[in-house]
Design a protein around this ligand. Sequence first.
Ligand SMILES: [Zn+2]
Ligand SMILES: [Zn+2]
Length: 144
Amino acid sequence: MDEIKDFKDLLKKENLKCTKHRESILDVIDKAGQPVTVEAVYLKLKEQGVAISLSTVYRVLEALLGRGLVVKTSVNDDSKALFEINSMEHKHHFLCVKCRKMLPVDGCPLEDYEKALEEKLGFSIKGHKLEMFGYCRSCRYKDE
Ligand SMILES: [Zn+2]
Ligand SMILES: [Zn+2]
């Protein structure tokens, strides 16, 4: 997990100019260690003294999303969408609807299902999305 990522190279590969904003946004998301909201990115940047507006953060994130450098997850409410660095690794998440914590879960239950569908319907499936949401362990016992 200590690998130092070179976002400059990554941006260049995707033909995106390496601007200070793009680089610092990727850096903030990476250091957060878990998926973050646009607002959280914005607040972190402000804390670091980066002069940027919330709408610029949105725009940059959409651009990064379009190039597949980050992935976005939203449950119900798009303004609460969470962004994380696209690790290219296939994984699923659990989102706590109360504290908005997002946790990766092990394994994928859909691999066999995908294969079965491909055989049955003649599809070629290239991926899927699966998000689970509910209450995390601490929120669950707080409420019940
Ligand atoms: Zn929670
Ligand atoms: Zn899966």
